[in-house]
Design a protein around this ligand. Structure first.
Ligand code: G6P
Length: 368
């Protein structure tokens, strides 16, 4: 097992460090063109499935659901196709209105999650086109779908998903860019710029990982009783994923909230002992996130902000700032989630826990 961990102390840490390669593999031959994404050569996927799509519905569970949420912002912004999202265990039981013209995307790392498979089957029975995004060739999801787009993260052993999540997000970006080209909603210059940025991601992940030291922040907070995560727009699902990672492996209660909604509840939880992780990445809403950070500080809570290198102002408001490389704002979730994975990891280790196999959780949930 030591050999399998490739010199890392756990599978999870190894998989966190494999993320640059995983993204590089996932985008590789799909990003050869300078001004657009190529999905035409995919053996498992006929691009005609994307023609005439009027609405996209994403069904997924757990971390895969968060990847879908990030994809929604990108697809709606770039391709102007409406995207709805629902956890599969709810969707399958509410007699959903779905059918022809709908593209239902099941995102599932394993391709075997019972609820996601059931939601995909139901949608297909009702006439929708079903696309699976999965990491496992030959999995059930690949058989139940009209087409498959693979993430190419390699085998993931840690129960808490890391590298497969990043690759799912990358595939959603690829889909968004391809749809935008097919629908003529992004001009060539913008597509070209986004393609250049996307291809830079593996390099930036490596740069980020090599300079990231969260030990001091983890030591300061690992005995806290509660963590709040805040984000807005595409930063919100990043916050949700960060909160899920911490609760899964450290067993510390967490909540993730849309920062603008904080005043309607979670603000009551804040006191001098609360760490609040704020996703303050670049976006047209950054000013509003900064105001939310100030509201948190005014209650005496500790702010740990995730912000891009270019964001000077945040340093005046947050107690700690974890920097990520600057990049097109819509793509920043690919970088912003990494410090959150590592923070959760460091905290869980300081608490002496088995991060690869947290209690009560399974890597794949094949029963309802
Ligand atoms: C389990 C795993 C999670 C995963 C979820 C969905 O809960 O512990 O890491 O996100 O299942 O799995 P899937 O294979 O469908 O992506």
């Amino acid at each position: 097992e030591t050999a399998e961990k490739g010199g890392f102390e756990t599978f999870m840490l190894k998989e966190i460090h494999e993320q640059a390669d995983a993204v590089a593999e996932t985008i590789a031959d799909r990003t050869v063109r300078t001004d657009g994404v190529d999905l035409a050569e995919e053996a498992s996927f006929d691009e005609a499935l994307l023609h005439g799509v009027r609405r996209i519905i994403v069904v997924a569970c757990g971390t895969s659901f968060h990847a879908g949420l990030i994809g929604r912002y990108a697809i709606e912004e770039w391709a102007r196709v409406p995207v709805e999202l629902e956890v599969a265990s709810e969707y399958r039981y509410r007699n959903p209105i779905v059918g022809e013209g709908d593209l239902v995307i099941g995102i599932t790392q394993s391709g075997e999650t019972a609820d996601t498979l059931a939601a995909m089957r139901l949608a297909r029975e009702r006439g929708a086109t079903v696309l699976a995004i999965t990491n496992v060739m030959g999995s059930q999801a690949t058989r139940d779908a009209d087409g498959v787009l693979y993430t190419r993260a390699g085998l993931e052993i840690g129960v808490a998903a890391t590298k497969t999540f990043i690759c799912q997000v990358a595939v959603m970006y690829l889909l968004g860019l391809r749809l935008a080209e097919l629908r003529g909603t992004l001009d060539v210059a913008t597509r070209t710029r986004l393609m250049t940025e996307l291809k830079r991601v593996p390099h930036e992940i490596d740069a980020l990982l090599s300079g990231l030291d969260l030990e001091a922040i983890a030591r300061q907070h690992y005995q806290r009783e509660f963590f709040l995560y805040l984000g807005r727009h595409v930063g919100l699902p990043v916050a949700m994923e960060g909160a899920l990672k911490l609760k899964e492996i450290s067993y510390i209660p967490t909540d993730a909230y849309a920062a603008g909604e904080m005043k309607h509840g979670p603000i009551a939880l804040l006191d001098e002992s609360t760490p609040v992780v704020c996703i303050a990445t670049d976006s047209p809403l950054l000013d509003k996130v900064v105001s939310n950070v100030q509201e948190v500080r005014a209650r005496g809570a500790h702010v740990i902000a995730i912000a891009s290198e270019g964001n000077i102002e945040i340093g005046e408001h947050a107690e700690q700032v974890i920097r990520i490389p600057a990049m097109d704002w819509m793509l920043q979730p690919l970088l912003a989630v990494i410090p959150l994975q590592l923070l959760a990891y460091r905290i869980a280790r300081l608490r002496g826990l088995n991060v690869d196999q947290p209690r009560n959780l399974a890597k794949t949930v094949t029963v309802e």
